[in-house]
Design a protein around this ligand. Structure first.
Ligand code: FAD
Ligand code: UDP
Length: 386
């Protein structure tokens, strides 16, 4: 006997879960959600490790949005813990205020300064480029060569294994540059984490679906296809994989995460560096643009506000994508965009499949943008029925 449903949803991240929740609760549809990992939440999954520390399994996930609609939607499933995300950079044997701001400039000069002096200094060094065509041009036109080489060139090469000049301007363009003391990493108006974690929020979304939603974890959708009948598919996996990589594989960047935990005892004496007891480093994230094999060390306990005597740090090592690895990042570059455009033609022609999410649309999107994309797809689908 085949399972029957209205929607087969492939992937249990923000895209799949938002659509599962909307389709079951608002439209009364029956859905089967299939996820090849052994948990829901996609890359935003978090969990308590064996030391009791709430950890983001797949790298730091800082929720932020400018959209009241997206915030209100998710607020049905979580309360929020407001955070001004603050990070540091570490190079040349010292910590730097980052992203580039007045304090960074003062650290560079080794004395006090002013926004006016920083403006004038940058104006002399900025390379005038009207429409930056890549990430190197973007940063040279915003901060000049010294800061570009100090903070961006090495980090980007390490993260992407591509030179900044071979990446879209938007990659480094994500990072703010300020001549004030505002050292927040992000620009959006709403910056907060789900108070009890992402996984709890996802559990609440699933609970709202009731028995209209059936979930299969640890299963590739292709193995389920012979056993399920459905009218429409929501697909949030890699778009090239859906079409058997017939035009060749799209490039992705992968990562390896190496956690290390410390008990309160092991942390004794570390306050000198961390600035307060119970922590290993002075910020939730420290970026390493230099020769280290990792790009950043994340101590998410700074951001979650969890009270716990132990702590866990996670070092992040960029890796090539391949068998057994996750396709964490689509590569924002012209060659990849050209190849994706060919897959998009195929995707657009699939009337009974919606391609939703970061991998299915091959874009470097944040969580709020994916939630917005899923809500828009729900509106489109329900619009079709009316
Ligand atoms: P995913 O979360 O990737 O979910 C897709 C799911 O589909 C996966 O769980 C996958 O296992 C499953 N799947 C794929 N193929 C199949 C198949 N064949 N069968 C069954 N299941 C399948 N965003 C922010 O807003 N703020 C941040 O700070 C931030 N930091 C990030 C840090 C890192 C290291 C990474 C990698 C991403 C970060 N993001 C951040 C982006 C964020 O993770 C994504 O925007 C969001 O998770 C995308 O949701 P999604 O549902 O599209 O995809
Ligand atoms: N970047 C950099 N130096 C830094 C931080 C970021 O060069 O210290 C560049 C790098 O190319 C990175 C991009 O800016 O991939 C975006 O950084 P972000 O922290 O937003 O990346 P994510 O959290 O998505 O990995």
């Amino acid at each position: 006997m085949k399972m029957q449903c209205d929607f087969l949803i492939v992937g249990g991240g923000f895209a799949g879960l938002t659509l599962a929740e909307r389709l079951t609760t608002i439209a009364g549809k029956r859905c089967v959600l299939v996820e090849r990992r052994d948990h829901l939440g996609g890359n935003a999954y978090d969990y308590h490790d064996e030391h009791g520390v709430l950890v983001h399994r797949y790298g730091p996930h800082y929720f932020r949005t400018n959209s009241p609609r997206i915030r209100e939607y998710l607020s049905q499933f979580t309360e929020w813990h407001p955070v001004d995300y603050r990070i540091l950079s570490h190079t040349g044997g010292r910590f730097w205020s980052f992203p580039v701001n007045l304090t960074t400039f003062e650290q560079y000069l080794g004395r006090a300064s002013s926004p006016e002096e920083m403006e004038a200094w940058l104006a002399e060094r900025r390379i005038p480029i009207g429409h930056p065509a890549n990430s190197e041009e973007m940063m040279l036109s915003r901060v000049g060569r010294e800061f570009y080489e100090l903070f961006f060139e090495g980090y980007t090469l390490k993260q992407w294994k591509r030179h900044p000049r071979d990446l879209d301007a938007s990659v480094c363009g994500r990072i703010p540059v300020r001549t004030t003391r505002d050292d927040r990493y992000l620009r959006e108006t709403f910056q907060a984490l789900p108070r009890a974690g992402y996984t709890r929020m996802f559990e609440n979304m699933v609970a709202a679906c009731g028995d209209r939603l059936e979930i299969r974890l640890g299963t590739d959708y292709r193995d389920l296809l012979p056993h399920v009948g459905y009218a429409h598919m929501i697909y949030s996996g890699p778009v090239d994989e859906f079409f058997g990589c017939r035009f060749g594989a799209l490039p992705y960047r992968s990562l390896r995460f190496e956690p290390e935990s410390f008990t309160a005892d092991a942390l004794r004496g570390r306050e000198v560096i961390a600035g307060k007891p119970g922590f290993w480093q002075p910020a939730m994230q420290v970026n390493y643009p230099g020769g280290e094999p990792f790009t950043r060390i994340v101590e998410i306990k700074h951001a979650t506000g969890q009270v716990c005597p132990n702590t866990t740090i996670v070092r992040e090592y960029p890796e090539d994508y391949g068998p057994g690895r996750e396709p964490f990042y689509p590569v924002p570059a012209p060659d990849a965009a050209a190849l994706y455009a060919r897959y998009k033609v195929l995707a657009d022609a699939e009337r009974s499949v919606s391609f939703v999410g970061r991998l299915a649309t091959y874009r470097y999107y944040n969580m709020d943008q994916i939630t917005g994309m899923a809500l828009a797809e729900f509106d489109r689908l329900t619009g079709e029925w009316h």
